[in-house]
Structures are given as C-alpha cells and as structure tokens.
Design a protein around this ligand. Structure first.
Ligand code: BGC
Length: 734
C-alpha cells in the first residue's frame, strides 16, 4: 500500500493551541466525470485524533494512534473510506493532546510530555476506475479552528463547552516530524468493548451524589442530559469509597480525572474524545435534573484482544479472583501494558508487564499487543543496553531513568519468550534477540565476579516484609538482581540456540552466574543470605540451587511462621505457588491460594475487590487505606497467580519444544477443597480443555480435550500417555 501520508505535512495550531483541542477541515470534491473505485484514508497524530468524513466518524478505534516511542516512530492508521465519500466532501479531524502533549509521568515535571501542542497528518486518496487518483493531503491549505473541547489531558480529564461551534478561520501551521518515522499501525486497536449500566445511585454520608457501576474498569462515562445552555455538569472518578461510604480520590494523587461539560440547550449526549479514566464510581455535580440510572453508561475501553482463557472451580471466591485478574488485564492493556489506569502514572512499567506476561498470554491473545510494545521497548533501549523503567520511555530526559532495574529490564527477555511460547511467533525472537543480548551484556558490564551488585533496583517491590518507610521488601536487591541475571541469560541461551547461534559462551556464563550465586548467597543448612519467602522462591524456581526440596523446607517454614500467609512483593509473588508445587508442596500452594485472612489474594475479594489491588493491604483490616500515595486498586501484578490456575490446578502447560500448544502437557494437581475445576484455553492449535471433579468417595474424575492436529502428553495418577485429538475421561484418587 502506498504511504500517501508520508507526502502530507504535519499541521497544528502551534503555540496558539493553548489548552484547546483544535479541529482541522478540508472540503474537497471528487471528479464528477469519473467513477470512484476506492477511497483510502491515512491519518495519524502526535496526540490523539478523531476523524470524520461527511460527519461520520471514521473507524471504530478510539484513542488513536496510541502511544509509541514517539521520538523513534509513530503509527498511522489506514481506513477504507469508499463508502464515506460522495461528490462534495468534508473531512474534519479533531486533535487532542493525548500522551504526546499532556502531562505524563508521576514527577509532574512535564507541561506536555513530549511537546506543548499536538499535531496531525492525513491523506485521502480517491482512486478512480480509470486508474487515476486524486490525493488530498494535510498542508497549510487546511482550515483550522478552536473547538468546544477546551482542555484534554490523559490524567486530568476533559472540559467541553457544547455551546461552541468551531468557527473556521485560523491558520494551520506546519510542524516538523520526520516522515521516515511513520509506520503502519501494528498494535491491537483500542475499542469500546462493553457498556455497563449503573448498579446504584447513592447519596453518600457527605450528601454527595455518587453512581456505582459495580465494577472497577477503564474507559469513560457517557451521559444524556436535558437542560439549559450554560449549565455545568461535573463528573469525578473514583475506584473505592472510604470506610464511611464517602467518595475517595486521594489515591489518584495529582490526576484530576475530571470531566466538565457545559451544556447547550435541550437534550444532549456526551462522552469524552481524547482521554480515559480508571473508575468504578463517579461523583456528580451540577446535574440539572434528578439523576436517573438510565442517563448514565460506563463504556469499557481497552486494546481489543481476543479472549482465550477461562477458569472456573467450585470455590466462588477463587472464581471472583480470576474474574478480577481478567478485569485487571482489560483495564491495563490499553495500547501499552500499564501499571494502573487511574492515578498520575498509567505508564508502561516494564516490571509489571514482565511479571504478568505469562498470565496475560493465557487470558487473551496478546500477540499483536506485545509485539507492538516490544518493538518500542527495543527502540527505547539505551546505547549501553539498559532497558528503561517505562516503555515508551517518557522519563527520557529525567535522571530517574538512569538505571535499569532487575526484574523490570528483564521484560526484554521474558516477554518475547512468553509470546513465542504462547503463540509460536518465532519472528519476535529473531527481532528481539539483539535487544536481549544487549540487556544481558549490560548486566555483565555491571557485574563483579558474575554477581550483579551495587546497582539501584526496585527490589521485591511492595513486599510486605519491607522495612518501615520503604516500598521495597527486605529480600536483598543484589540477590534478586543476580537471580534475574541468571534467568535472562538462560532465556538468551534458549533463544539463541533456537535461532541457530552458537551460545556456548552464554551457556557457560549462566553456569558461572549460578555458581557465583550459590557461593555468595547460600548459607549453611540450606538457608539463603536473605531469609525471605521471595529469596527462596527465586532460588528454587529459577533453578539457582540444587537440592531445591531442602530449600523449600525453609520456604514452607517461613510461610507457616507467618500463619500460612505470604509476604512477597512484585518479584516473589508470580512464582510463589510454582516454587511450592515443584518441590512437592502443592498443598501449601493451595493453602495460600485459598487463604482468606490478611494478607492473601482472597482478602481483597472478601473486601469487595473487583480488580487486583496494588497492595495486599490496599484497604487494611480496620477499613483504612494503607496510604494515599501509592494505592491503586487496579494493578495487575499480583494477578499473575492466574497462570498457576491454568498450569497447575487445571494442569495445561505449553511445551517449549513445540510452541503454541502444538504439543502440550496435561497434568492437573487436584485439591478436594476446590471441588471441581473447568478450564478452557483457545490456542493457535485449537481449543484445549481440562477439568476435574472430586467425588464424595475421594475419586477424582478428570476430563480433558485435545484439539485436532495437536498432541498432549498426559500424566494423571502416575500414568503417562500421549494422546491425539479427542475427549477423554480418566480416574484417579486424591
Ligand atoms: C508503579 C509500579 C512500578 C513501580 C516501580 C510504581 O509507581 O505503579 O507498578 O513497577 O513504580 O517502582
């Protein structure tokens, strides 16, 4: 396809934009003497665009063109608009500040994250049946106007004056942007995927009108209102109510997350154009009539990935937890994998994506989503191999980006490899191999005696064993760093060998790292220098210690000393249940999964969570917020437990030698406490199901399904068999 857009100018209102979200217009006619065969529209923005042709919105994607490593590349979208055009045509494009020109980053230092004002480029090619074409491109000949969208920012929301009708007459100015950086859109389109109606309209103890949608989510509210011109309606967003039942927004920190709407006369419907919010509740002010449920709809917005994984068992609380994991992913897979969707962050934190990636690839077909983000990650990698903490690296000019943390930077190895395993995408390994290698070499450059020491890291972020006043759990940062060095080096070796490279050097390096780890961190009596749950989890699960069962004894002891509860943070939590299972303690893993007292996964469920909390104690046992500073109720990291449900409870595991479930394993570990399990995974090689039921006499009935064209190695009650297409039933005992 010809890249017409590369011939177009980027246009804007320049410094004159201010906070307004301008509109640009071009009126054009097609050649009356010719028959139109096809019309193609290409468009992009450094910011967010909403395009209309003859009054009809083009395409169903929203928040386009998304967020990329803008300094290196920008996606453009191509639409077939043959049905949109006739003889006389008007194309009108609205332009919001978006991730490019509103403030982004928790430090709040940016006026506009990348620039102070947005710009856009577009081209329409009308192709005639006689082989000729007319191309209309953005240039200074386009009319421009300020619009009724007076302000829009990712964190702060949108202010609209519906009375304002754009008065064209301003001059579009040309803004420089290297056309070679334009690439066809490759991510999953962001769409409005569901509409949720209010559960309840509440009058809080403070007397405020609050609407509860019953589900924490990402998106925005659409409302219909009738009243007089000039009336101002305000909507604020919140995830939770405080313990008194009042609207609580402190955890949004500086993000205003507010929609202000000044009405025109009569009945009208509004939703924002260039922003999104993370919320379950809205607070309403200035509403001119009695607020009725039917006036409001919450619209769920995220990257529109295909759902692939389902899990259900006999424990409704575990089912709710699983559902919360799904909502965590829906809320935070919005073009880039974000930490949270509500406060003044919403950033592509690499560590969060790294820990959640395996679960993400089971729940949804995330291939396109991750491939796009990984391309940005590769571009964001620093010369010296460091991977920034966030991708896109919006902190680029800030010194805070001057380190690559263990478990965060390792997204460079972990994510491509998981995408390969889940979807069989070998190409992403080829593309990412240089990035992986540079990352491992970067660590080597920082290491002493094969240990990654004395660098700054995020540690076991939010681990509950954190010393007072710290966000970092007490597991030694150097220990974590070397463990991840080993993990990434191992993935690099597997990847290189798959691609046919000689990996002898890195293979030896992996062995050396392990030896150094043992020498440095293993103490007598199968103890580790950091006597923490997370330290044992990493040493066991990453294969850093032999005789792992002996180390697991201490892990179990630590859990028991804590009253059968966990205290792991971002780094230890994803693999905690795996480390227990692979050392013969599946019963303890189940105890943790089913634990309801604080701290546990089900603690949040019992407290009414509808998404995954950032903190185990987001709301503590007294009903207070643990803090107002770092307290998101929609962070997916701890949702990484879902991979254990698919892979151990239901027992469906991929085979590294045969990715995309061409060959896979079925080996569930049942537990009578769950009663039954049903799990389904729609793989690239067909639908796999696995489930079991514990009968009253202790018999376990296993039922599973192998799709056509795939084979499974099944291990149940010690009997191993390899099976092709079919539905099967087997029996065993608990
Ligand atoms: C984010 C995290 C992130 C962390 C790293 C936080 O502010 O919300 O999820 O990984 O910073 O320190």
């Amino acid at each position: 396809m010809r890249e017409y857009i590369k011939e177009a100018d980027f246009i804007s209102l320049g410094e004159n934009t201010g906070k307004n979200c301008p509109v640009f217009r071009k009126v054009f006619s097609t050649d009356k003497n010719k028959e139109v065969r096809k019309a193609v529209f290409q468009v992009t923005a450094l910011g967010i665009y909403v395009a209309k042709i003859n009054g009809k919105r083009v395409g169903d994607a929203v928040l386009t063109p998304g967020w990329t490593e803008y300094e290196k590349r920008l996606q453009y979208f191509t639409y077939d608009v043959t049905d949109y055009i006739s003889g006389e045509n008007t194309v009108e494009i609205g332009l919001g500040h978006g991730w490019y020109a509103s403030r982004i980053g928790s430090v709040g230092v940016y006026k506009g994250a990348y620039a102070d004002f947005p710009s856009l480029a577009a081209a329409i090619a009308v192709q005639y049946t006689d082989g000729t074409e007319t191309v209309i491109k953005t240039d200074t000949g386009w009319e421009a106007a300020k619009s009724g969208v007076l302000f829009s920012g990712i964190y702060d929301g949108e202010r609209t004056d519906a009375r304002i009708i754009p008065e064209y007459g301003e001059k579009a100015v040309v803004t420089e942007y290297g056309k070679e950086k334009l690439v066809p859109a490759e991510g999953e389109y962001i769409r409005e995927t569901e509409r949720i109606y209010p559960k309840e309209i509440i009058t809080t103890p403070k007397g405020e009108t609050v609407i509860d949608f019953g589900q924490n989510m990402t998106g925005y509210v659409e409302f219909t209102v009738t009243g007089h011109a000039g009336t101002k309606v305000t909507i604020e967003h919140a995830e939770v109510l405080d313990k008194h039942g009042n609207f609580y927004t402190e955890n949004y920190r500086s993000a205003e997350a507010r929609a202000e709407y000044i009405m025109k006369e009569g009945r009208q419907t509004y939703k924002p154009l260039y922003t999104f919010y993370g919320f379950r509740y809205i607070r309403l002010s200035g509403w001119p009539e009695k607020a009725e449920k039917e006036n409001f709809t919450a619209i769920v917005v995220h990257s529109d990935m295909k759902r692939t994984g389902w899990f259900e068992c006999g424990n409704p609380k575990v089912n709710k937890l699983f559902e919360n994991v799904i909502w965590g992913q829906r809320s935070n897979f919005l073009d880039v994998p974000t930490d949270c969707p509500q406060r003044d962050e919403r950033l592509g934190w690499t560590g969060d994506a790294e820990v959640f990636c395996r679960t993400a690839c089971l729940n949804y077909d995330t291939e396109k989503f991750f491939v796009k983000w990984l391309h940005d990650l590769a571009l964001a990698q620093k010369e010296n191999g460091q991977i920034p903490r966030v991708v896109p690296d919006v902190f680029r000019t800030n010194d805070r980006s001057e380190f690559g943390s263990a478990a965060w930077g390792d997204a460079a190895t972990v994510c491509p490899y998981e995408v390969y395993l889940a979807f069989g995408n070998r190409n992403i390994l080829t593309e990412m191999y240089p990035t992986m290698k540079k990352w491992v070499d970067y660590i080597t450059g920082k290491s002493e005696g094969n240990l990654w020491k004395n660098s700054p890291h995020f540690g076991d972020w939010l681990g509950l064993d954190a010393p007072a006043g710290s966000y970092k759990g007490s597991t030694g940062e150097d220990l974590i760093a070397t463990a991840y060095y080993f993990l990434s080096c191992g993935i690099l070796v597997k990847t290189g060998e798959l691609l046919g490279y000689d990996m002898a050097g890195y293979r030896k390096l992996a062995g050396d790292i392990k030896e150094a780890f043992v020498k440095e961190y293993v103490r007598e009596g199968y103890r580790l220098s950091s006597d923490t749950q997370t330290a044992y989890v990493l040493a066991i699960h990453f294969g850093l210690v032999d005789e792992k069962e002996r180390f697991a004894e201490r892990l179990v002891q630590l859990i028991e000393e804590a009253g059968d509860t966990l205290c792991t943070g971002f780094v230890g939590t994803p693999y905690l249940l795996d480390a227990l299972t692979e050392t013969g303690h599946a019963d303890k893993a189940y105890t943790l999964l089913l634990q309801e007292k604080f701290p546990s996964w089900l603690y949040s469920v019992n407290r009414g969570a509808t998404t995954i909390w950032e903190h185990w104690d987001g709301v503590n046992e007294q009903g207070d917020m643990w803090s107002s500073d770092m307290n998101s109720f929609n962070h997916y990291a701890y949702g990484s437990v879902a991979q254990w449900m698919y892979r151990t409870v239901a027992g469906i595991r991929s085979d590294e030698k045969s990715p995309a479930y061409k060959h896979f394993y079925i080996s569930p570990i049942p537990d009578a406490k769950l009663g039954f399990v049903r799990c389904r995974l729609d793989t690239r090689n067909g639908t796999v199901t696995s489930g079991w039921t514990v009968e009253s006499d202790g018999t376990v009935r296993y039922e599973f399904e192998v799709p056509e064209g795939a084979t499974a190695t099944v291990k149940i009650s010690g009997v191993e068999e390899t099976l092709g297409k079919g539905r099967y039933t087997r029996y065993g005992r608990i």
